[in-house]
Design a protein around this ligand. Structure first.
Ligand code: GDP
Length: 526
């Protein structure tokens, strides 16, 4: 059946890393392999360089790049590969977390000199939460980095995941020789600066094969043999099931900029990474091979041109076949909608498609009826789980600077927060509080309100520490809590009550005083 065939050949994943570890470079090499781009430099980094005074043109430029690189689809070896891009900047972490809800696996890039960095840890936390299968690529082996065994230990401890090397580096830095493929028993020799896609592959029967000495200096051969003996003694053989359950991460070594070690990574990825399988909705588990189409919106992008305030909603298909011009049910609004020009993304190009399959991400033209988390189906009332809001870390009150423009401000802030740029909480008396994970978003909001909505605002800092979503089956207690604490209560985008705590201590007190209430750090609770 066509549906099964299309599902089986799809791999949808994200490349994640702390900024500068090599995510953009690796993405580009993957696209080169797939023939989706012809030259290096075609993929622009979506990094935001924040200067002392924010450079708004820079932000807009980055926003443009971020549209172009949001989804990069290409064909390789009969497979359809969709890479979803994630912003590396920590202020946009929430955007990244949401994108991670739309992938079936991830490739995590680590800089061999720096090891596990701050952002890496946070990203992995989200992967662990969702049991996302992870492959690790240790990059920049052409540099004098840390000892590979030490790196593996650090990965296990800091990322709380079992690891298993599938390739092993022969020396590193200036004397880097290449990698030994433990899975296939082959040798891939490193030739710095080589831009060739075909690598210098040499087949070896086992690590003791004298053939090895022909290619690698003797001292390195001895070390390699010792290392491999140690690996085989210490690490369990690679088990695909454990990887699929997000419990075991295979590890590869290479150098993205030198195009080295990428083929092993890509081909192993294609062999072991999962195709779309199932997705949990509040109502039931939805299987990719079900005939009725279903999917959800995980990202919204506004047009860069302020004169055309239309938006693109990024829609991930979870089951069935999506067809152009067919009516689907918008489950939140309970109305029929259809799309005459859905687009898909091939590297830097966008084109209109007639149909799409589970695993694909398509762009839907939206004039304001779609929100992050919205579900489209063929009639069934489904709500997909796993697209929560996370508690922001910075809170500010929104103040209008021009009373004549209240309407514009209200509309602007509603639309920008629907895009997922920040979270909007509304307090009794219509006080609006904006919550973000970084300062940068406040600059972006101010700038865009002014340029796109002709509204002006100020932000005044608030001392809240975190937002907690409050639930409880004891309705009386819940009501009393909401009444007593009304000064620190607000409603989120779905009108769920949120407790804005000034400190961990305030939360502790609330928990003690209201033992039957639950306080959650995300908007979705199991
Ligand atoms: P991102 O922030 O994770 O997207 O990182 P980039 O891909 O932009 O890479 C950051 C810097 O590291 C760039 O200057 C790259 O040229 C460089 N880089 C990437 N891969 C390698 C590598 O294998 N070796 C070395 N020496 N530099 C690399």
């Amino acid at each position: 059946m066509e549906l099964h065939k299309e599902i089986a050949r799809r791999k949808t994943f994200a490349i994640i890393s702390h900024p500068d570890a090599g995510k953009t470079t690796l993405t580009e090499k993957f696209l080169l392999f797939g023939g989706a781009i012809q030259t290096a430099g075609a993929v622009k980094s979506n990094k935001i360089h924040k200067s002392a005074t924010s450079d708004f043109m820079e932000i807009e430029k980055q926003r443009g790049i971020s549209v172009a690189t949001s989804v990069m689809g290409f064909e390789y070896g009969g497979k359809r590969i969709n890479i979803l891009d994630t912003p590396g900047h920590k202020d946009f972490a929430e955007d990244t977390y949401r994108t991670l809800t739309a992938v079936d696996s991830v490739v995590l890039v680590i800089d061999c000199v720096k090891g596990v960095e701050e952002q890496t840890g946070r990203l992995m936390e989200v992967c662990r939460m969702r049991h996302t299968p992870v492959i690790i690529f240790i990059n920049k082996m052409d540099r004098e980095g840390r000892d590979p065994f030490e790196l593996l230990d650090e990965l296990e401890h800091k990322l709380e995941i079992q690891v298993r090397p599938l390739t092993w580096p022969i020396s590193q830095g200036q004397s880097f020789q290449g990698v030994y493929n433990l899975y296939e028993n082959s040798l891939n020799l490193f030739r710095p600066g080589s831009s060739k896609i075909n690598e210098n592959l040499i087949s070896i029967s086992n690590p003791l094969d004298p053939e090895l000495e022909k290619w690698v200096p003797e001292s390195h051969c001895c070390k390699l043999r010792d290392d491999i003996a140690l690996i085989e003694g210490v690490y369990e053989p690679f088990e695909r099931e454990l990887y699929r359950d997000g419990l075991l991460a295979p590890v590869f070594f290479g150098s993205a900029v030198n195009n080295f070690g990428i083929r092993e990574l890509l081909e192993t990825f294609l062999t072991i990474a999962p195709s779309p399988e199932k997705r949990e909705a509040e109502e039931r588990m939805v299987l990719a091979e079900e005939t009725p189409m279903s999917g959800f919106v995980f990202k919204i992008h506004a047009n860069l041109d302020p004169n055309h305030r239309d938006r693109t909603a990024f829609f991930k298909i979870c089951s069935g076949r999506f067809e152009r011009n067919r009516f689907y049910t918008h489950t939140r609004l309970q109305k029929k909608v259809r799309f005459s020009s859905p687009t898909h993304f091939m590297a830097n190009e966008k084109s209109i498609i007639d149909d799409a399959w589970p695993g694909d991400v398509i762009g839907l033209y939206d004039n304001g009826s779609l929100k992050i988390g919205d579900t489209l189906t063929e009639g069934e009332a489904l709500h997909f789980r796993g697209i929560p809001s996370f508690s922001p870390e910075i809170f500010k009150a929104l103040e209008n600077r021009d009373p004549m423009k209240q309407k514009q401000l209200d509309k602007g802030i509603r639309q920008l927060t629907e895009e997922g740029l920040a979270q909007l909480f509304i307090q009794f008396g219509n006080r609006k509080i904006i919550g973000t994970v970084g300062e940068l978003q406040f600059d972006v909001i101010k700038f865009r309100l002014e340029h796109e909505y002709n509204a002006q605002c100020d932000f005044s800092p608030l001392r809240y520490h975190k937002a907690f979503w409050v639930t409880g089956t004891n309705e009386e207690m819940l009501e009393e809590f909401l009444r007593r604490k009304s000064g620190a209560i607000a409603l989120d985008r779905d009108e769920q009550p949120v407790f804005l705590a000034e400190s961990e201590w305030m939360l502790k007190v609330a928990r003690e005083d209201y033992p039957e209430l639950q306080f959650h750090t995300t908007s979705e609770f199991s």
